[in-house]
Ligand binder design. Structure first.
Ligand SMILES: *Cc1c(COP(=O)(O)O)cnc(C)c1O
Length: 364
């Protein structure tokens, strides 16, 4: 609140001011990327990534079918085609063994999504990208603070998109950032973010006035949002730690359920350091998932399913996809239930969630 008050008092309410610069420096340092640019959302950052990758009509980009719609929307808005691929049974991430079969002469990019803060196999995906000269965009909406083989997610591909939406780990209500690892993309990323102008150059004193240089848009959040976000970024480690404790407790307590074959816990491969963004149970079938979800909600516990696989959505169907195309995602989506994970979830409330799960699953 101090930072927000300071932003308001400064009178500099538009984007690109001192708080924005402080957030961007911290993000770039922490991730080890050349430049981080605050945006109004991860969705906007993904759209900037598609523009930077110069996707256009006739082009294709590979996307997991189990993700939030805007991963694919960023491609659709360039007139290009999202080519969906199935996910892995364990991490629910893009199945790297299916990516190469989806590559065609029109493929320009691979968009990976690190589901619930658990990294994709970036070695396999990177190798395919190098072989076919594809851009790699990391949708890190759920993955801030997570790593793969010690490397921060968002810094491994050519571009990374973060989200500060209220549902993520580090929040600003709405907000996001584009992380640019490649030096040759930095300047254009600034143009696109700054309404298609070279205002960033002007502010650095590199040009006498700024003007229209590219097809950008109003992608920058206000200083009030950046001020709020700065407080969150400065506390990111503490935020991650409290979520980790909640996540770890579910993981330990539910071990007997998994051993009895009643529910499967999230899988975190050894290469992955998760940010504990989400905790889900995979139930044996859809009816059990739906009944357990009802059981929780009747007791005031916010347990929810997750994505409708994109190929089953109206947009996916209009792209020519049909039920049965991606059986792993279909199965997972019908059996997945997410449990409450947030830093201030108190121990007694978490006890109730755990007791409810056992009471229901062990009785049926
Ligand atoms: C939340 C989310 C988004 C969208 O983030 P916004 O900041 O709300 O635009 C995109 N992709 C994934 C995987 C998400 O979880």
């Amino acid at each position: 609140m101090e930072y927000v008050q300071a932003a308001v008092a400064s009178g500099e309410l538009g984007g690109g001011g001192a708080f924005t610069a402080r957030c961007e420096r911290l993000i770039a340092e922490r991730l080890g990327v050349r430049r981080a640019l605050l945006t109004n959302s991860c969705s906007v950052a993904l759209e900037m990534a598609s523009l930077l990758g110069r996707l256009g009509p006739g082009d294709e980009a590979i996307v997991p079918c189990f993700t939030f719609p805007t991963t694919a929307t960023s491609i659709v808005r360039r007139g290009a085609r999202p080519v969906l691929a199935d996910v892995r049974q364990d991490t629910l991430n893009l199945d790297e063994s299916r990516v190469e079969a989806a590559v065609t002469p029109r493929t320009r990019a691979i968009f990976v999504v690190h589901y619930a803060g658990v990294a994709c196999d970036m070695e396999a995906i990177g190798a395919i990208a190098r072989r076919h000269r594809l851009l790699v965009v990391e949708d890190c909406a759920q993955a801030i603070g997570a790593a793969w083989r010690g490397r921060p997610l968002g810094s491994i591909g050519d571009l990374g998109a973060l989200s500060f939406h209220q549902t993520k780990n580090v929040v600003a209500g709405e907000g996001g950032a584009l992380c640019v690892g490649r030096a040759d993309l930095v300047e254009r990323a600034e143009f696109l973010r700054d309404k298609g102008t070279d205002r960033a150059r002007f502010l650095r004193g590199e040009v006498a006035r700024y003007s229209w240089v590219d097809a950008g848009s109003g992608c920058a959040p206000s200083e009030m949002v950046a001020a709020f976000l700065l407080g969150q970024i400065e506390r990111a480690d503490a935020i991650h730690a409290t979520r980790a404790a909640v996540w770890r407790r579910y993981f330990d307590e539910f071990e007997p359920l998994e051993r009895a074959g009643l529910a499967r816990r999230p899988v975190v491969p050894p290469d992955c350091a998760t940010n504990h963004h989400g905790f889900h149970l995979l139930l044996p079938d859809e009816a059990t998932r739906d009944a357990l979800g009802r059981h929780f909600r009747e007791r005031g516990i916010g347990a929810v399913m997750h994505y409708v696989p994109l190929h089953l959505s109206p947009m996916g169907r209009s792209l020519g996809y049909a039920p049965g195309d991606f059986p792993v995602a279909e199965s997972v989506a019908s059996r997945l239930l997410r449990l409450p994970v947030y830093g201030h979830l108190d121990t007694r409330d978490q006890d109730r969630v755990i007791e409810c799960a056992f009471a229901f699953l062990c009785a049926t």
